[in-house]
Design a protein around this ligand. Structure first.
Ligand SMILES: NC(=O)C1=CN([C@@H]2O[C@H](COP(=O)(O)OP(=O)(O)OC[C@H]3O[C@@H](n4cnc5c(N)ncnc54)[C@H](OP(=O)(O)O)[C@@H]3O)[C@@H](O)[C@H]2O)[C@@H](O)CC1
Ligand SMILES: Nc1ncnc2c1ncn2[C@@H]1O[C@H](COP(=O)(O)OP(=O)(O)O)[C@@H](O)[C@H]1O
Ligand SMILES: [K+]
Length: 525
């Protein structure tokens, strides 16, 4: 599992080392790691000697890291320029930079545009204006220069610790921000690099260890991300004694006369993701479409019989389907079964849900959901608000509803009601396509139906993540989001990176699950 921390958590972990006089050593390690990454990136394109790099240096330690890194690069034969954005910058770092032969220029109110044009053509730009000590965003000439540079699209931007203007803890962004190709971050990954909109500005994230890591081990991370290896451990797989009822039977209330396709995608995805059996509840026209794509499914017209989990809501429309949603929700609440609540069912929630109810809104649906909660009071929440502060709002929704909330997006966040949050980002932008969310609902339903026992087992794979029972459902949802994202990315790669349909994402699911199990050397069923 990858952990990410707030700026404050990182500063707290640094403190004992700073107090014992090791601050300069930490900075040297950070600067060396940053310089190494610039060397690697530049060498992919050209010879290092004579290549040009500009460091944009602010007044704090972030600027210090950047200037020390640039001093190192100057000694490696690069042509180095420092644009100093403050009257005073880190004095030792500036001295090292000048001694190494670097050239310094001062950013002033009148020359931002000119300096932007000057360095936009460089082989590399290091953004070392603001780090974890930032309050708010760039201002004045620094903001002007960054805005101009962003328009000029430089060929390689390496952010020092985090792109300047990002909030390290929340991922909220104070524009303008210069999009990085790579962010080299020190000591621990900043949470703002694993949630949007920050993650969208950070490019690839490289972690450089500087010696504060032991101090972070006992800290509860702000964000967690499951790796392929975690998925290999957590994904359900049947053993020899399995039969279809023991495997996880999923009930699905989805689709309608108008939106039959949502039911088709949700049911078929659940079957492909390994549900032992899928029971479908819906109108005859949708059921015909479902059965022609998934003859394995059962169309339930009366009492649906026993299930291990429910998916409620994809493509649900009209009174008849909403009644089925209501009936299934009541049964699930009475019997303690886990439920995935999507799309059309999000408006039909009880006042308070348990953590084994997993809501799967996109940003617009989350805004509507929050607006409908009496506990939020008079505050109106819009889709734009959610997109600007997804981590804040997904946590708020989980806290206020009591449910686990999965907020879909380029980075998908899953919050438990206690505030544990997972972040998965394996998907690609081609996945923003109609029906993609219906596929996720089916995959999630299947994973939930098969995982309920493992979640409750205090010696099981979910407990080994160090999570309380109530928080483990967020990990289950993160597993499904990751499988969905990987299936989309792999399917597109099979088309040379081309566009996707929801059906193509769905078709990739079994292979992703198989290869992830292999990653952990788990015996195949
Ligand atoms: N601690 C360590 O030993 C290590 C730290 N490391 C590195 O240090 C970074 C953190 O350093 P930091 O604390 O100096 O913060 P940083 O973001 O560089 O500068 C903040 C300064 O800028 C100012 N300022 C604030 N907001 C502003 C704004 N909007 N616009 C303009 N100015 C603004 C503010 O000054 P003030 O306004 O208060 O006078 C403040 O003094 C961290 O990200 C990592 O890169 C690594 O080397 C490892 C070892
Ligand atoms: N830019 C993006 N990059 C990666 N994945 C995305 C992006 N936009 C959306 N997705 C994913 O695609 C799915 C879209 O779901 P949703 O909005 O419910 O679509 P629909 O209702 O059409 O099925 C979600 O899983 C989401 O995480
Ligand atoms: K920075």
């Amino acid at each position: 599992m990858i952990s990410a921390f707030t700026g404050q958590q990182i500063r707290d972990a640094e403190k004992p080392l700073l107090d014992s006089g090791e601050g300069a050593v930490l900075m040297q390690r950070a600067a060396y790691g940053l310089a190494q990454e610039v060397v690697r990136q530049v060498k992919r394109k050209r010879k290092l000697t004579g290549a040009s790099v500009t460091v944009l240096a602010g007044k704090g330690n972030n600027g210090g890291d950047g200037l020390f890194a640039a001093a190192f690069l100057a000694r490696r034969g690069m042509r180095t320029t420092a644009v100093l954005a403050a009257p005073e910058v880190h004095p030792e770092a500036l001295a090292a930079f000048t001694a190494a032969g670097g050239r310094t220029l001062r950013l002033e109110p009148g020359n931002a545009e000119e300096l932007a044009v000057m360095c936009a053509g460089d082989d590399a730009i290091i953004d070392a204006l603001l780090g974890t000590g930032a309050r708010g965003g760039l201002r004045g000439a620094a903001a002007e220069m960054i805005a101009s540079l962003q328009e000029l699209r430089p060929s390689l931007v390496v952010a020092c610790d985090l792109p300047s203007g990002l909030d390290a803890g929340t991922g909220e962004v104070h524009w303008p921000v210069l999009d990085a190709d790579v962010t080299v971050t020190f000591g621990g990954i900043k949470a703002g690099l694993m949630t949007d909109p920050g993650e969208g500005c950070a490019g690839r994230v490289e972690l450089v260890s500087i010696g504060i890591e032991p101090g972070l081990r006992s800290v509860s991370p702000e964000l967690r991300r499951l790796t392929a290896r975690d998925l290999g451990r957590l994904l359900p797989a049947p053993d020899r004694r399995a039969h279809k009822y023991s495997r996880g039977v999923l009930g699905v209330v989805a689709g309608s006369a108008r939106f039959a396709g949502a039911a088709v995608l949700s049911v078929h995805s659940a079957a492909l993701a390994g549900a032992g059996m899928v029971r479908y509840l819906g109108p005859e026209s949708a059921a015909r479409a479902v059965l022609s794509r998934t003859p394995e499914a059962l169309w339930e017209t009366g009492d649906p019989g026993r299930v291990q989990a429910w998916v409620l809501g994809p493509g649900v429309d009209g009174a008849e389907q909403l009644r089925r949603v209501g009936d299934a929700a009541k049964t699930a609440m009475d019997t303690g079964l886990p439920v995935v609540v999507d799309a059309g069912a999000l408006g039909a929630l009880p006042d308070r849900c348990p953590p084994h109810w997993i809501l799967t809104p996109h940003a617009g649906e989350l805004a509507t959901l929050l607006d409908s909660l009496p506990s939020l009071g008079e505050i109106a929440v819009t889709r734009d608000d959610v997109e600007a502060r997804p981590l804040h709002f997904v946590r708020l929704a989980a806290e206020l509803t009591g449910a686990t909330v999965l907020l879909k997006g380029a980075t998908t966040l899953v919050a438990s009601p206690s505030g544990v949050v997972f972040s998965q980002s394996e998907g690609i932008a081609w996945m923003a396509t109609a029906g993609s969310g219906d596929v996720l609902s089916g995959v999630l339903g299947a994973v939930v139906a098969q995982s309920a026992e493992e979640v409750r087992d205090d010696d099981g794979a979910y407990a080994a993540l160090g999570l309380e029972q109530a928080d483990r459902w967020a990990a289950v949802a993160a597993v499904a989001a990751s499988v969905h994202g990987r299936a989309g990315a792999e399917a597109s790669a099979n088309f040379e990176g081309g566009p996707l349909t929801a059906s193509a994402i769905m078709a990739g699911v079994p292979r992703v699950i198989g290869s992830l199990a292999a990653e952990y050397d788990r015996p195949r069923p």
